[in-house]
Write a protein that binds this ligand. Sequence first.
Ligand SMILES: Nc1ncnc2c1ncn2[C@@H]1O[C@H](COP(=O)(O)OP(=O)(O)OP(=O)(O)O)[C@@H](O)[C@H]1O
Length: 243
Amino acid sequence: MTEPSVRVRGLNREFGDRRVLTDLDIDIQPGEFVALLGHSGCGKSTLLRILAGIDAEIEGVVEVPQRRAVAFQSPRLMPWKRVWRNVVLGLPGRPDRDLAIRYLDEVGLGGHGGVWPKTLSGGEAQRVSLARALVREPELLLLDEPFGALDALTRAKAQRLVIDLWRQHGCAVLFVTHDVEESLLLADRVLVMDEGRIAHEVTVDLPRPRDVGDPTFVALRGRLLGWLGVRDASARPDTTPAS
Ligand SMILES: Nc1ncnc2c1ncn2[C@@H]1O[C@H](COP(=O)(O)OP(=O)(O)OP(=O)(O)O)[C@@H](O)[C@H]1O
């Protein structure tokens, strides 16, 4: 068996006297697409920040690849740098415009390298943020609700793009989302966090692109919503006549 890309054992994180992560274990295989669901405040972003190396005040074992990159819900572009410079910001050596344009091309923005971030739409800015993550050729891509602020149509396009990019680059992905349907459209495996650890998981053994009406999809959605304590409003009402 191959070594996992991410291996976490017995992870604890406290803020003051509040324990947010409790003996959390997680494995992500190389090239695997994993989605992470959970109630607001359950610790998803905390886990992601630890995996990204932004937060090191922890107890436990955290093994992650050296080459990793992260994109957040807000694109966090530097407004005083042109788009292409944002893409290669922080890379060693001289800023390489051709390299930046190559990765902007991948997200459909090859023609936007010379513009200022403030001229971009929300969806475009988020795609620049993806290009900035991918230019690092990460083995592990960490995405913290990257499409949470986008309208439904832009979001659907961004979801298709992220699957294409994942296939091309072959990196492992950890994708934090609030959206059960999004998790099932994208991931190989969906994890549900509760009480500071991974409480549940499902494997999504469906070909992509996925059909939200597929009976397996519907059943998995129901199971995930149940674990999250939400009723599936799109499920068909029970029409069985009362006896
Ligand atoms: N730097 C910090 N100092 C104190 N408390 C923090 C800090 N960072 C996070 N927390 C607390 O840890 C808990 C988990 O936060 P986290 O952002 O990881 O949740 P989340 O599951 O990502 O939530 P959401 O889905 O709303 O983004 C919250 O109660 C939050 O207030």
